[in-house]
Design a protein around this ligand. Structure first.
Ligand code: MG
Length: 377
């Protein structure tokens, strides 16, 4: 989609017209010199349609609100994305409001990541997905200017990218449940969403078909520490690798109690957002799940992985339901981590990018500069 169509298709196009964001550089006389020297931000809401209803411990949904972002600089376009699952507290309106409030035109150099991130944090607190969308687009842009993918810029070996887990959740319709299980065939690790009333049932239904290792995400659904410990023992006997966010994030002491006794590593997800949360998390969890929509993007995600390692923690890299844009950006970091859960693009029916591939269950990073994506169509 060219820039004109990108703006035309914006559901909130009129509202954006009033934005302080400069959208004019591509048409300006300086464009012809190839040196407009300004960062030009544009964006549009884009609702993600899920292939299957997503059943979590505390909610169910069939769509995810999302905003697609572009940053243009000297004729080069970087792509970014904000995905907003409801539990994170952001929505299309809040993301557009944040992006509209930015003046990225003040930055003449897209490589000034530290300064730009300081600026984003000074504009408003929180807004992590909105900040991530800018961060991802900047990484795409700067990687393209350098002509290199980010895994290479960071000095990582793409052959060390881990297998990705593929996520399934319980479905009360037995046919639909079986369909979900059948879709697991190509994957080497399966993540099962738990914390509902059917945790053992779904595990046994899966085990009846596959002996693939599983990991479990309880999504804060277990509220009794003794029962949580029983489940950890039960799962350890069923080839489970780890348990993610077994109890509500507020139950910190209980989680520390569980970690002391659990035969399986306990990983923090909802408990932790940004780098300032990592040290405290190390007191109750064995590892952290880093997601770009929580960490404000790749810049801080890289630092979080480094800090977690220094604290002796396991590192997992996850995602939301997202297009291949944000998932492929996360994949650039994947050679750094123990476990990857990068299937968010596979769970949606209307991806607009080509990017990350899962080959024989393994994260495969495209050989393209930037974050490694190409716009489809
Ligand atoms: Mg999780």
């Amino acid at each position: 989609m060219n820039r004109r169509n990108f703006l035309k298709t914006s559901a909130l196009g009129l509202a954006f017209a009033a934005a302080p964001i400069s959208l004019s550089a591509a048409d300006s006389p300086t464009r012809s010199t190839g040196r407009s020297g300004r960062l030009n931000l544009s964006f549009e809401p884009y609702e993600l349609k899920l292939k299957h209803a997503f059943n979590l411990a505390r909610s169910q949904r069939t769509t995810t609100p999302d905003v697609q972002v572009q940053i243009e600089y000297d004729g080069v376009i970087g792509y970014g994305e904000a995905s907003m699952p409801p539990y994170l507290g952001e929505n299309v309106e809040s993301v557009c409001k944040f992006l509209n409030s930015l003046d990225l035109g003040q930055f003449a150099d897209p490589f000034r990541m530290e300064d730009i991130h300081d600026y984003l944090d000074n504009v408003a607190p929180n807004n992590r997905a909105a900040k991530a969308s800018v961060d991802i687009a900047l990484h795409d842009l700067t990687g393209k200017i350098m002509g290199q993918p980010w895994y290479k810029i960071w000095g990582l070996d793409p052959a060390k990218a881990p297998n990705t887990s593929y996520t399934i959740s319980y479905d009360s319709d037995p046919v639909e449940m079986q369909n979900k299980i059948d879709e697991c065939a190509p994957f080497k690790v399966i993540k099962i969403k738990m914390g509902l009333d059917h945790d053992k049932e779904i595990t046994e239904a899966f085990r009846a078909k596959f002996d693939t290792p599983i990991c479990v995400d309880a999504n804060q659904g277990w509220t009794d520490k003794e029962k949580a410990l029983d489940m950890c023992h039960w799962l350890a006997e069923r080839n489970c690798l780890f348990v993610e966010q077994p109890m509500p994030k507020e139950m910190f002491e209980e989680t520390a109690w569980l970690r002391e006794r659990s035969p399986l590593p306990i990983i923090a997800d909802e408990y932790l957002q940004r780098i300032t949360d990592v040290k405290r998390a190390s007191e109750a969890y064995d590892g952290i799940n880093i997601k770009l929509m929580k960490s404000t993007g790749l810049h801080e995600a890289y630092k979080m992985a480094t800090l977690a390692r220094a604290l002796g923690m396991k590192v997992m890299l996850g995602c939301m339901t997202e297009t291949s844009c944000a998932v492929t950006a996360a994949a650039q970091l994947s050679p750094l981590v123990d476990w990857a859960d990068l299937d968010g693009n596979l769970l949606i029916a209307n991806d607009r990018f080509d990017g990350i591939k899962i080959v024989d269950g393994k994260v495969t990073i495209p050989d393209r500069p930037g974050i490694g994506v190409e716009l489809l169509g």
